[in-house]
Design a protein around this ligand. Sequence first.
Ligand code: LLP
Length: 425
Amino acid sequence: HSNLSYEGSKGLVMDGTSLTDIAKQHGTPSWVISAETLRRRALALQDAFKTQNLPVHCHFAVKAQDHQACLAVLAHCGFGADVVSGGELQRALAAGMKARDIVFSGIGKTDEELELAISQQIGQINVESVEELHRLDAIARKMQRRARIAFRVNPDIDAQTHSKITTGRAEDKFGIAHDAIPALYRKTQTEMTGVELVGLAVHLGSQMVTEAPFRKGYERIASLVRTLRADGLHVSDIDCGGGLGIAYRNEQAPPPTMLASVIAETLGDLDVRLHVEPGRWLAAPAGVLLARVIDVKDAARRFVIIDAGMNELVRPAMYDSWHGILPLHTPEDLTAEEVVDVVGPICESSDIFARQRHLPPLKKGDMVALLDAGAYGTVMSSTYNSRPLAAQIMIDGDQQAVIRKRQTLDELLAQEAVPDWLPRT
Ligand code: LLP
């Protein structure tokens, strides 16, 4: 982790900021996100495409990290957004992203969400089915508009990642079967007046750390484009989706230059506008979750119980995922190790962050950082066990700000109403 280091009495430092100071000032659990890391990674990704001379438009997958401050950082780097709901669409606009730089993906877009997308004249709607196509066409005609669309192709390719985050197999709910595309494309481009069909989109899955599925997926798209063009149809845009993985542990995660060269080799000669929709690769390493050790329980195993739980970071419970854990203090003896289970306070056995992990000895009151928590962390949080949502702090060079206040229990309870016709005690 190039943005993390130990600096003597400051302990663990992220892009120049002492995480201990943040934890002491704002309490735990707290999320920290570095604008600097976000920017650095955004530029690295854009550079990879520039090096290949590829006209690639980058759309950040808002689902990975939806805070407006993060979206503003990326908008400033020239990013647009990939959104999957009306809420994300409005967030992206509120954060300063231009409507024409927004792509709307998602398997269940409601009529209201499609109306919003059409009225805002966003760049592209990725259509997931023939049913959605007809619904969208009718809505757009009623609004006397023409929606720019692409077909999301289901290429029936296994992304070689966790099955819960695989999206491109035939049995997955996403996209239109690739062999149904040519006929539907022709019908749409020649007969439908509510939509302007500009091309194809594909997204195979997330946390992909091998090259083969990307290559296979894009080859399939390229051959579809050739078929469509041979049939006299127009294809001007290809959306390559997201999915680029990171090294949470010791995975050999390929860099964006791999993605850029695969895209160049498979789609580079088609003379189309290219789009990508990365989320995790940009945001995950930019964020950490800070927590404090509540107790160390010695039982059949040694359990380090921390004050962050699966309601904050659900990834380990949901996908058995591995997140690095580092103490915030500089360990006195870097070689001393214990084998512990790091667990949260939630009353479920799945509330485990690490099993049999080798860590420097930790005691009550020590603080730790859970790493690579900048993507699919805050956005998947809940208030399970009546735990208010944690605070979020953005750091940027020597600046820092609370970008989301810690929710209070009063705020949580204020959302609820007890009907006055219920008998009260
Ligand atoms: N585009 C589409 C259409 C997607 O469905 C996704 C992610 C992305 C782009 C961004 O993928 P990324 O570059 O972040 O891999 N909650 C899970 C990940 C779910 C991903 C869903 N789709 C996790 O924590 O691992």
